[in-house]
Ligand binder design. Structure first.
Ligand SMILES: Cc1cc2nc3c(=O)[nH]c(=O)nc-3n(C[C@H](O)[C@H](O)[C@H](O)COP(=O)(O)OP(=O)(O)OC[C@H]3O[C@@H](n4cnc5c(N)ncnc54)[C@H](O)[C@@H]3O)c2cc1C
Length: 376
């Protein structure tokens, strides 16, 4: 490889100063992640609310109220949130609810918060009702990667019409996330990352136990991120034969949640801590229109068996600000993000699909950290 190519690939091209030739800094090797189990500071477990048909975004008349259901975003809730909220807002507007009117939003996770903000921006007053608020919501346990196609629908239900609707939501959401870049608390950032693998990238990925077949819809939005590049030995520090570099959008979940909560309150939003126990409780709310963003909570609240819980566990290691890249160990169930609140280590368990066990499994996270240590 030519010296110039090497420098550009290392991301080390410096800005030109007026009157000077271009300066080049030596290529910087990615800082080593300190993958020690005694650096685990927190383990979080959350449930992905998966629906084979995709998210439920529809209006229903229930006990004299219009209820706009807005739940079932699987492993894509953060990524799709804004675009999905626009779809829910269209149903609110179609119900005849007028700007200036107060509406109720149930739920304070990624979907409830972004729905509430979207409604406020459209001129509605919003009161949020939630059993729990961050950080005690499932959304707080999320990894924080732009994954709008993660457990969002099965191949069986991904018709052309559905996929086009999903694409529109993903694009709208992507655009909105970009408006959160460059803020002091860093709710949204772009990071480079590496996918490392023992076998070539053409090798099919193993399917997790009990999981359905998922469609390839990501190719519809391939233009939304830079193309990756395969790296040769010597161009990376990892102890694996196959390595690709990618660039991806990362959500610093705690900062994002706080900002959404602050913006919501600043625009006059109120939060009421309340658990709704049955659909009749919609009717007991003073607001005439309710948007139901209860996530996995809709299984119990509505008896909705179209929802399948998918357990997920993330661990955080002590923050390493010098680490600015993500790392994925392909086919080995390991995703690591350079989040500001810690190195986020996500790993699937063998029996997560259909599992709503919220007890942390420390051994699972320790094994993931040990797999990470083996990559350097
Ligand atoms: C481990 C893990 C990793 C993930 N990683 C990513 C990722 O990298 N990128 C991505 O885009 N997505 C990711 N996701 C998915 C994303 O987090 C979910 O899609 C999202 O959390 C769903 O948000 P929600 O607001 O619908 O539900 P929740 O976060 O569960 O919020 C539901 C809200 O409703 C309230 N509620 C529930 N029932 C009731 C009731 N009866 N009465 C009153 N209030 C009620 C709850 O208290 C809560 O406030 C991940 C999820 C997990 C678990």
């Amino acid at each position: 490889m030519q010296r110039r190519q090497l420098l550009v690939a290392g991301g080390a091209l410096c800005a030109a100063r007026p009157g000077h030739a271009l300066d080049f800094a030596p290529p910087r090797a990615p800082a080593r992640m300190r993958a020690d189990i005694d650096r685990i500071i927190d383990i979080a477990v959350g449930i992905r609310p998966f629906r084979a048909q995709g998210p439920r975004i529809e209006a229903q008349r229930l006990h004299g109220k219009t209820v706009v259901h807005h739940y079932g975003h699987g492993g894509s809730g953060w990524s799709l949130s804004w675009g999905s909220a626009q779809r829910a807002l269209a149903l609110v507007q179609a119900s005849g609810a007028q700007p200036g009117q107060r509406i109720a939003v149930i739920g304070c996770g990624a979907i409830g918060l972004t729905t509430a903000r979207t409604a406020q921006q459209a001129g509605y007053k919003v009161r949020l009702y939630a059993k729990d608020r961050p950080p005690r919501v499932h959304s707080s346990a999320a990894t924080g990667l732009w994954t709008p196609d993660s457990r969002i629908v099965t191949s069986e239900h991904a018709s052309e019409v559905w996929s086009a609707g999903w694409e529109a939501m993903a694009r709208a959401s992507f655009k909105m996330h970009q408006s959160y870049l460059g803020l002091p608390s860093g709710p949204v950032e772009w990071h480079d990352g590496y996918v490392v693998a023992d076998e070539g990238f053409d090798t099919p990925l193993p399917r997790h136990a009990g999981e359905p077949d998922y469609p390839d819809i990501a190719s519809r939005i391939a233009d939304l991120r830079p193309r990756g590049a395969a790296l040769a030995a010597g161009e990376h520090p990892f102890a694996k034969p196959h390595v690709r570099r990618f660039t991806q959008l990362v959500f610093n979940i705690p900062a994002y949640q706080r900002l959404l909560l602050d913006d919501f309150a600043r625009d006059g939003g109120e939060i009421v801590q309340r658990e709704l126990l049955s659909p009749r409780d919609f009717a007991r709310l003073p607001e005439r229109l309710v948007v139901n963003c209860a996530g996995d909570g809709a299984r119990k609240l509505l008896g909705d068996n179209s929802l399948t819980p998918v357990r997920g566990q993330t661990a955080r290691l002590i923050p390493q600000p010098e680490v600015d890249y993500a790392l994925i160990y392909r086919a080995h169930n390991l995703v690591v993000l350079p989040r500001r609140d810690g190195l986020l280590v996500a790993a699937m368990g063998e029996d997560d699909f259909g599992n709503d066990d919220l007890r942390p499994d420390r051994a699972q996270s320790e094994a993931a950290v040990q797999r990470l240590a083996g990559l350097f």
